[in-house]
Design a protein around this ligand. Sequence first.
Ligand SMILES: NC(=O)c1ccc[n+]([C@@H]2O[C@H](COP(=O)([O-])OP(=O)(O)OC[C@H]3O[C@@H](n4cnc5c(N)ncnc54)[C@H](OP(=O)(O)O)[C@@H]3O)[C@@H](O)[C@H]2O)c1
Length: 305
Amino acid sequence: MKRSIKGSIAISGASSGIGEACAIYLDQLGYQVFAGVRNKVDGETLKRKTLDRVIPIIFDVTDRMSIEMAVETIQPLLNVHGLTGLINNAGIVTTGPLEFLPIDELRKQLEVNVLGQISVTQAFLPLLRKSEGRIINIGSDYGRVSGPLLGPYCASKFAMEALTDALRMELKPWAIDVSIIEIGTVRTPIWNKSIDQVNKIWEKFPEQAKQLYSPIFEAVKETAGKLEKNGLSTDAVAKVIARAIIEEKPKNRYIVGLDAKTNILLSKILPSKVLDRLVMWYLGIPKNASITGEQSYITGQISND
Ligand SMILES: NC(=O)c1ccc[n+]([C@@H]2O[C@H](COP(=O)([O-])OP(=O)(O)OC[C@H]3O[C@@H](n4cnc5c(N)ncnc54)[C@H](OP(=O)(O)O)[C@@H]3O)[C@@H](O)[C@H]2O)c1
């Protein structure tokens, strides 16, 4: 059964990828979309891809002041029903070995993907309460299965699983549904951005880090490239996200993509040690990946040969 009121939706991170696809699709469905972007140019570019209705709103999920200004801008533009839905989509990917990853990089990952989402949710909740609106958090199968070098990103998505569940139960008295969309691989700019990010961090690592982790690093980078090529289209993902808004009784979790479905199922049924081995194999990490580096590190024989 579908909800009868077509209202208004706010989306964070609508300048590209999944957020942009949601803005376009929900606009086509007749929703008033408030599309979160971080600069005017991205807002104008998005407007050109959509019908006239879409209103770009500039905010950064790590900047509380800009979020509050966004709420102030949106509030008078809403009809009596208030805001129908908030899609917490903005995100970045930080990867790297936890042994050497600068703590500020980990902090930034969590600032954007976790604290930013809650900050936006807090600010938008008064608008959602009026309309018994919905919150849709964008998660990932990496919120159910972790992997080497993917720790920071996975931590952020695991955290969103816990926060989504807590929030859903907390908001039950006001009939505000909270769902998480657990998405597999999708072809979006996030992949290239993450490769740029990891290359930059890698350059700053001490020689030991490169010695120890380069086999894993190279394997993960190569696998990431292959995965992205076979990823889902953003349009397919936007359609599932729209279901979480439209369906009378939204699910707690929507799993998108065969890869996500498989990974999540395996995470539930396999013993943890077997899952570890499977993840390493899936990422193309050779069994003895760190052995050579580890030995030379321990014996102090670090060299480039
Ligand atoms: N692509 C996948 O395979 C995949 C799979 C599972 C889940 N996801 C999740 O889907 C969501 C969207 O990612 P995507 O793949 O569509 O990547 P994307 O194209 O890179 O989009 C990310 C969006 O987040 C915005 N953003 C980044 N930092 C921000 C900040 N501090 N404040 C506000 N906005 C910010 C970006 O804006 P700027 O352009 O201004 O940087 C961009 O609009 C993320 O949460 C991601 O973790 C993606």
